[in-house]
Write a protein that binds this ligand. Structure first.
Ligand code: ZN
Length: 335
């Protein structure tokens, strides 16, 4: 147990309701990528799916410009499913894609890693129906992609720039998107657990902030709900090695990687789900107690209404300042 963890427990025991409220300030001179990127060489890893418990090998390959992220089931004659909103199938404890009855489950952590590293184009081959959970965060995927290396491509990167605000509400759950010249997230959770309570994280996803603040945050679940979820076949692959296990009063397998790791993981999931827009977004997302269903509902809401956004590219010579982009943005064709 680290000192930080002890201090954090102390803090929370004194402030069970107030929780954390952290704003991460990042460099003013943020840079946006002007061209698409892929990986330099093929890399692979293996593991089990969190929900299915199925063993799976994943191989990530470079892809030409304008490919996007495409999953390929090599156990089903190389059937391909593009990581886009149209293919979203079932959304409950994870986000799944489906095309012509073929499923790819739990896509959010790998897609989140691609967004965090600025990878636009890649083929993801897998030999089973679910991505591996690995350590429950996006960090192993990030390290795998970094091992492959990232290569700039010739095609200008097209951003989906939000022009008008949209909000969606469902009971006490909320999600909205607002116009902005960069990608930022403000996420709040409020879990009835003595160590969590209300946590809010605000982060601008530029200049490596994803790698520093989001990538390593792990998924979590509670012992109290475990039996019911196992009986429903929802967490066949869950273990203490791939998720934070909450007990009634604390955490079974600490220490946490961040004092507010829970809300950071929610941001990780959101980033992975918003990747289904098919383009990097320029906008500010505000979410409160949302989840995969609301994240993906926002994606389809945005794509459905073409007055909400414009496709823009950034002139290469202007890439040194985020603020200079708006004056030079070219409105392209719609998706
Ligand atoms: Zn997750």
């Amino acid at each position: 147990m680290t000192l930080l963890y002890v201090l954090w427990l102390f803090y929370h025991s004194q402030n069970p309701v107030s929780g954390c409220n952290l704003f991460i300030h990042l460099d003013i001179h943020s840079q946006l990528l002007t061209q698409e990127q892929t990986i330099r060489s093929a890399v692979e890893c293996g593991g089990v799916g969190l929900h299915s418990g199925a063993p799976v090998c994943v191989r990530i390959l470079p892809a030409p410009p304008a490919t996007g992220i495409v999953f390929r089931r090599i156990d089903l004659d190389g059937f391909e499913i593009e990581a886009i909103s149209r293919n979203v199938a079932r959304v409950s404890y994870a986000t799944s894609l489906m095309k012509k009855g073929v499923l790819i489950s739990t896509t959010e952590h790998l897609l989140s890693a691609f967004v965090g590293l600025g990878v636009d184009n890649a083929i993801v081959e897998l030999d089973n129906l679910e991505l591996p959970i690995l350590d429950g965060s996006a960090l192993p995927f990030v390290e795998l992609i970094q091992k492959a290396g990232i290569r700039k491509q010739r095609r200008p990167r097209k951003y989906l720039k939000i022009l008008r605000e949209v909000e969606m509400r469902e009971g006490n759950k909320f999600i909205s998107v607002h116009p902005a010249d960069s990608y930022s997230v403000s996420y709040s959770i409020n879990f009835p657990h003595p160590l969590i309570g209300k946590e809010t994280l605000q982060v601008e996803l530029v200049n490596g902030s994803y790698l520093r603040h989001i990538a390593a945050a792990r998924t979590f679940g509670s012992r109290a709900e475990e039996k019911a979820m196992r009986n429903m076949g929802l967490i066949r692959g869950a273990s203490r090695e791939n998720c934070i296990v909450l007990t009634r009063e604390g955490i079974e397998n600490g220490p946490l990687r961040f004092p507010d790791e829970f809300v950071r993981h929610k941001v990780l999931d959101l980033v992975g789900d918003l990747a289904l827009l098919g383009k990097p977004i320029l906008g500010k997302i505000v979410a409160d107690r949302a989840g995969h269903a609301m994240h993906t509902a926002l994606v389809s809401r945005i794509l459905r209404d073409k007055t909400l956004w414009a496709e823009v590219t950034l002139p290469e010579q202007q890439h040194d300042s985020v603020n200079s982009y708006s004056a030079h943005a070219a409105v392209g064709s719609s998706l």
